[in-house]
Design a binder for this molecule. Structure first.
Ligand code: ATP
Ligand code: MG
Ligand code: FE
Length: 336
């Protein structure tokens, strides 16, 4: 089964050809990061316009790289939510047009389901049940995956997403957008015990997250130091902030896996490419006898290969969408 997949939910215009869900024949990503960096974050209207400019070329390249034609595809998979509505609509309209013109089935994919499915591409034998930690620019979810396409949200962030916290803290210490990779790199040169930032675990039995308090603690620390004319060491702040985030993420994920009696954990989303999170989660998994799946960084951040994988499992489960499928910026995981 060959799937042409399209992703345009945020600031990456992406298309891919995926064979039988797990084999990536092409994976084309046109990032707009340089453009949005000028504004310190993603500007929705600019994102939509850029998607319109790029999408045809990206799809043509995906087919060419795979050395395949549209006629050879079995279905068109496309992200239809969550995300920026104007951005989603560009990919969705394109997918519908192609599906209609070529007479191919259309399959709408949940963006976060795509992030989770990146693990199936990375590790060919990886299969449910497992506990997934989804940490991206807009989401922080702990998800119990009992079977393909079956998701139970154990916990989610009550305020900022993990990636959002990285981006905001980076801005506060002058590292620019996107902050995640910059903090990751700076933290390697810093002391994680230099500043004692809070670990927010919330209630004893909660799998929810909260990162806005930590973000405020970092901002307050920076302001206080500046007011006192004291030196701030961005590398130390980055390392200390990151340690707080990673400790909470690892601890809650391990606890949730134990509670569900699963022996496998998967990381997903842009923050899953964070080196400290990968290392600490791997250590914790080894201590507990768990298997850890982590996608390569290029499969962690937004791409269409992961959407092609998710669409494949929908396809074999018989899911088909009509041309009336609409973009849903606040689509819930497991909802259709
Ligand atoms: P969502 O998937 O929730 O709709 P998104 O698609 O914008 O949001 P992703 O592309 O999955 O998010 O991830 C982008 C986020 O990942 C950004 O917040 C970025 O700072 C963060 N990120 C990327 N690399 C790293 C890293 N090495 N360490 C920490 N965070 C990172
Ligand atoms: Mg992005
Ligand atoms: Fe994403």
């Amino acid at each position: 089964i060959y799937i042409l997949a399209i992703e345009s939910s945020c600031d990456e215009t992406a298309a891919a050809v995926v064979k039988n869900g797990r084999e990536v024949l092409s994976n084309v990503i046109s990032s707009q990061i340089d453009l949005h960096t000028l504004y310190g974050g993603v500007v929705p209207e600019i994102a939509s316009r850029k998607h319109v400019e790029n999408i045809d070329g990206v799809i043509k390249k995906a087919l060419a790289d795979a050395d395949m034609t549209l006629e050879e595809m079995d279905a068109i998979g496309v992200t239809y939510g969550p995300g920026l509505v104007g951005a989603l609509l560009v990919g969705l309209a394109e997918a519908k047009a192609i599906a209609y013109a070529a007479g191919k089935p259309l399959i709408g994919v949940h963006h976060i389901e795509g992030h989770i499915c990146a693990n199936y591409i990375q590790n060919k034998d990886f299969a449910p049940p497992y506990m997934a930690l989804v940490v991206s620019g807009g989401h922080s979810h702990l998800v119990y995956v009992s079977d393909y396409g079956k998701y139970e949200i154990m916990g989610h962030t009550r305020d900022d997403a993990a990636g959002e916290a990285y981006d905001k803290v980076a801005r506060a210490i002058g590292m620019g957008y996107p902050g995640g990779p910059k903090i990751d790199a700076a933290a390697k040169k810093g002391n994680p015990d230099a500043v004692k930032f809070p670990r927010v675990f919330l209630e004893e039995d909660s799998y929810d997250f909260s990162f806005s308090g930590l973000k405020s603690a970092v901002l307050n620390y920076v302001n206080k130091q500046k007011m006192m004319g004291a030196e701030i060491v961005p590398e130390d702040i980055a390392a200390s902030f990151q340690q707080s985030v990673v400790e909470v993420l690892v601890s809650k994920t391990i606890k949730a896996a134990k509670a569900h009696g699963v022996k496998k954990i998967a990381l997903a989303g842009g923050v899953a490419s964070n080196s400290a999170l990968r290392t600490r989660m791997q250590e914790a998994c080894e201590r507990n006898g768990f298997y850890l799946s982590v996608p390569a960084p290029i499969l962690c951040t937004d791409n269409a290969a992961m959407i092609g994988c998710a669409a494949y499992y929908e396809y074999i489960a018989g899911v088909r969408d009509g041309l009336d499928l609409n973009a849903n910026p606040s689509l819930k995981l497991g909802q259709r």
